[in-house]
Design a protein. Structure first.
Length: 316
């Protein structure tokens, strides 16, 4: 029997918050999921102006095991004014269903009392507002998604896809989830413990072209044994000047930046492949498994909470 997934749309629904998870469940196959699209109104506009029509009414009694997913919306997150939607959610607090949110959709769950005493997350720019608005919720920042049964919440947009893939993995098994990710052309599946701000995007919020060129080269080829002179040449400066520019504009040293990229790749390879440690070390720019293990241990000292959740293969 396919599982019913109800996408419950608020006014101004963010299109990617809806379309990403919906495509994941569609790709998983009709034998696993049956999709429904409902709202308090039969018609409403999305964040980009696309009109949704012929929407189903909010289900009075969703089937047992249904998933009710609330996408984010473009209205102010701390002003949950869709009274009908909130009232409907509150009436289902004891129903045998799961609730999920993407981005600001968490505010609707909070207004319905579904986040009280539960761990949850939302977009990094909204976590403080969510915590203020719902002080009984245990808001966790810098999380892609959080599962505190029967409520799941995610950060926003692309993390809604990660959340949907995690649900598919739980419902249908990791093989199907990986196949869906492949069909969606996702290079790596991200887990709940991955930070919202990916190491591939961090430290890039500046305007210095030379530093950007250097960062881009390292991101494209983190496995290379970059020398200080090679990196400095990319920015058309000397090694000491590159150090100063990185500190001023990126807030990090070139060596530390490269290490973070290599560790990010290592985490992905450890989670999503069966490669031996020696091969992973090579693909991450380390001369040996021993050098890789040493770099990993140093990273653990600086961010134990993040790295403790990463599964490590036997013999690592």
């Amino acid at each position: 029997m396919p599982r019913d997934v109800w996408f419950v749309l608020p006014a101004g629904t963010l299109l990617l918050d809806l379309a990403g998870p919906a495509e994941v469940f569609r790709l998983a196959g009709g034998g696993h999921y049956r999709l429904h699209f409902a709202a308090a109104q039969t018609e409403l506009a999305s964040s980009v102006g696309l009109q949704f029509t012929q929407l189903a009414p909010l289900p009075v009694s969703p089937a047992e095991g249904s998933l009710l997913l609330i996408p984010g919306c473009q209205s102010q997150a701390d002003r949950v004014d869709d009274v009908a939607l909130v009232h409907w959610l509150a009436g289902l607090r004891d129903a045998p269903v799961e609730f999920a949110s993407v981005c600001a959709g968490a505010f609707f769950l909070g207004a319905a009392g579904l986040l009280d005493g539960r761990r949850c997350t939302t977009h990094f720019s909204l976590t403080d507002a969510l915590a203020r608005r719902f002080p009984r919720a245990q808001v966790e920042a810098e999380r892609l998604f959080v599962h505190d049964a029967p409520v799941l919440s995610s950060a926003g947009i692309s993390s809604g896809i990660d959340l949907a893939l995690d649900i598919v993995a739980r419902d249908c098994g990791p093989v199907i989830a990986c196949e869906v990710a492949r069909q969606a052309v996702l290079y790596f599946r991200r887990g709940s413990n991955d930070p919202q701000l990916s190491p591939w995007l961090a430290h890039r919020n500046h305007l210095h072209p030379g530093v950007h060129r250097t960062q881009q080269a390292m991101a494209e080829r983190p496995e290379e044994r970059w020398s200080s002179a090679e990196l400095a040449a990319l920015a058309h400066v000397g090694p000491r000047q590159l150090q100063r520019l990185f500190a001023e504009h990126a807030g990090i040293s070139p060596k530390s930046y490269l290490t973070r990229l290599r560790m990010a790749r290592a985490r992905q390879l450890l989670a999503d492949t069966q490669l031996p440690i020696e091969r992973i070390a090579e693909q991450c720019g380390y001369a040996s498994a021993r050098e890789f293990r040493h770099a990993w241990a140093q990273q653990c000292e600086h961010s134990p909470a993040e790295w403790r959740a990463m599964p490590v293969p036997p013999g690592f």
